[in-house]
Design a protein around this ligand. Structure first.
Ligand SMILES: Nc1ncnc2c1ncn2[C@@H]1O[C@H](COP(=O)(O)OP(=O)(O)OP(=O)(O)O)[C@@H](O)[C@H]1O
Length: 556
């Protein structure tokens, strides 16, 4: 017998309704990373700050950002905070303000084939939405595009319509300021990860000048920019053939202006010239009618084409769409904060995943003397015993590490093999620069397990680990050779070599070391080994036979 309250198809049909995307997110805030009160402030800062950086860089402006966090009333475990973030970017046209801040899935970066921090058009409007559903308060947005007038809006998200409700708007004098300022009220739990997020963002964005005024005296930070140079603006590129699949080919073929297969391949894909196009066509001509227009190819033909494209010999993807941080900048940002005994960096060649290029940069800082502001024991990976810091497109990722491909790759890299163990107080930094990053969810907290990403990250960590273990071997050797009086020279040359390589300096002097953030590391070596690092030392003389033997063995 059927149980009670069963429904007929007609009754079920009456219950069906369409919901807006805002309503969906309001009932599922975890999908955009706002499921816990601890994440509320760092996630909001992240969404707003990344927009400021993207906007400034696109407009060729050196970014300066002011973050202000004030505690409001006390409500037991959860407090209300007022978060205000102001930038010096290009500003937003007043007519676009309600769309940017009051409509989810509205933005300028969706489907764009170049590296950017944002990609979905959800971030800042989700902050406004989550703020209003928890506190009932509206967001206040100010913007000025000319430095004369600023437009002020009080707005919220109309959840049923996924559009903005503007409660008030007026003009004010801008007094020379151009940019965007947003204030929201958040119901949240304070967390040390706020400072960690801000510090890591500053470390990986040396062109950013950042002012953070937090809830108390200790919760303040002034980070001046370390370079006046803006990162190169990534240029939009075409998809790379190695990652083309049926769906991508179907969409491109449907709207292409090319009428032959050869022109379609050369015109719509990166790195496809005549030789590569011929190779691809030869690889599928038995399963495809080459005389057809691309738009007329059927499903089986497009599948055959995708297969031939993935097997073709091509150059790696163009890199103009990417903006890696660069080894020198990464090393500088890390050294000045963590004071490692030594540090190594590795940059892999770009690769494509579904036609979307990406590249991996890795740093291992070994034997660190300092900690990052918010780094507690929780950041240490219990399996590898090292601090793992993940970054994507110059943005730190703080949450959902267990689901991130980076953690799996770091664990599988076998760091212990390179003598990088818990007691060495080592930090591993992994930066992925890419187009359309395969995140695990819309909250963009972790990268999915994707073979190409896994392989590149693991190989980069292993390559870096090998470099580190070379230093460890040298230090050990120097200890063994101490009796022979060679230790000083070995440590000295090791340090100078690092300075030269990363600073590009021909002669490394004490001022240069200080400017580059190596001074702490120098004084540590000096104290520990009783050595004057910058004193001129004559190179050791070797017998001609032994020099030749070292060269033949590939030594330096
Ligand atoms: N401070 C700002 N200055 C200039 N433009 C901005 C600023 N903040 C947001 N925008 C514009 O508003 C759009 C929407 O921002 P939003 O944070 O909602 O999404 P997004 O950054 O495009 O993507 P994601 O959801 O992945 O963060 C951006 O694409 C950008 O064009």
């Amino acid at each position: 017998m059927a149980p009670k309250n069963c429904k007929t198809a007609k009754e079920l049909a009456k219950e069906m309704k369409e919901i807006s995307f805002s309503e969906f997110i309001a009932t599922n805030p975890h999908l955009v990373g706002f499921e816990s009160s601890v994440k509320m402030i760092p996630m909001s800062i992240h969404e707003i700050l990344t927009n400021s950086l993207d906007a400034c860089e696109s407009a060729g402006i050196l970014p300066e950002v002011w973050i202000d966090l004030k505690s409001l009333d006390d409500k037991g475990r959860l407090k209300r905070y007022k978060l205000t973030v102001r930038d010096n970017g290009p500003g937003i046209l007043p007519k676009n303000v309600p769309l940017v801040f009051g409509k989810l899935l509205y933005g300028s970066k969706f489907g764009v084939r170049r590296q950017s921090r944002g990609q979905q058009g959800i971030g800042v409007s989700a902050v406004v939405l989550i703020s209003q559903i928890k506190t009932g308060e509206h967001a206040i947005v100010k913007t000025s595009t000319n430095g004369k007038k600023s437009h002020v809006f009080e707005l919220s998200v109309d959840v049923d319509r996924n559009s903005a409700k503007v409660h008030d708007s007026h003009e004010e004098k801008a007094e020379g300021w151009k940019g965007v300022e947003i204030s929201v009220i958040l119901e949240a739990q304070f967390s040390a990860r706020i400072m960690e997020y801000i510090e890591l963002t500053a470390a990986i964005n040396p062109h950013l000048s950042l002012h953070y005024d937090g809830v108390n005296e200790a919760d303040r930070l002034e980070v001046p920019r370390r370079t006046e140079e803006l990162p190169a603006i990534p240029v939009e590129t075409k998809p790379h053939p190695s990652g083309a699949d049926y769906d991508l080919l179907k969409r491109l073929a449907a709207r292409t202006r090319y009428s032959t297969l050869n022109d379609f391949l050369k015109g719509e894909f990166d790195r496809v010239r005549s030789d590569v196009s011929k190779q691809i066509i030869a690889g599928c001509k038995d399963r495809l009618d080459v005389r057809k227009k691309p738009a007329d190819l059927c499903k089986e033909e497009l599948m055959a084409l995708a297969e031939a494209m993935s097997g073709a010999q091509t150059l790696p993807p163009s890199t103009e769409c990417l903006s890696p941080v660069g080894e020198a900048t990464l090393v500088q940002g890390v050294v000045s904060r963590l004071q490692p005994a030594f540090i190594e960096a590795v940059t892999r060649k770009p690769r494509a995943m579904r036609g979307q290029p990406f590249l991996v940069e890795v740093i291992i800082a070994y034997g660190c003397g300092a900690e990052l502001g918010g780094t507690g024991e929780s950041s240490i990976d219990p399996v590898t015993g090292v601090y793992i810091h993940r970054f994507v497109n110059r943005v730190p990722l703080l949450f959902s590490e267990s689901g991130d491909v980076t953690l799996k790759a770091a664990r599988d890299a076998g760091l212990a093999r390179y003598e990088i163990a818990p007691e060495t107080r080592s930090h591993l930094f992994v930066h992925v620069a890419g187009v359309n990053i395969p995140y695990t969810s819309e909250s963009k907290e972790a990268i999915k397990f994707v073979d190409e990403y896994y392989e590149e990250i693991r190989l980069a960590i292993q390559e870096c680990g090998r470099k580190i273990s070379k230093h460890i071997r040298r230090i050990k050797k120097s200890e063994e050779e101490a009796v022979k009086g060679k230790r000083k020279a070995i440590i000295h040359s090791l340090l100078l070599r690092q300075l030269n390589r990363y600073a590009g300096a021909k002669v490394a002097g004490p001022e240069y070391a200080a400017a580059f953030g190596f001074d702490n590391c120098v004084s540590e070596v000096e104290e520990e080994y009783g050595l004057d690092v910058f004193r001129e030392e004559k190179p050791e003389r070797r017998a001609p036979e032994s020099r030749r033997a070292v060269a033949a063995a590939g030594g330096d």
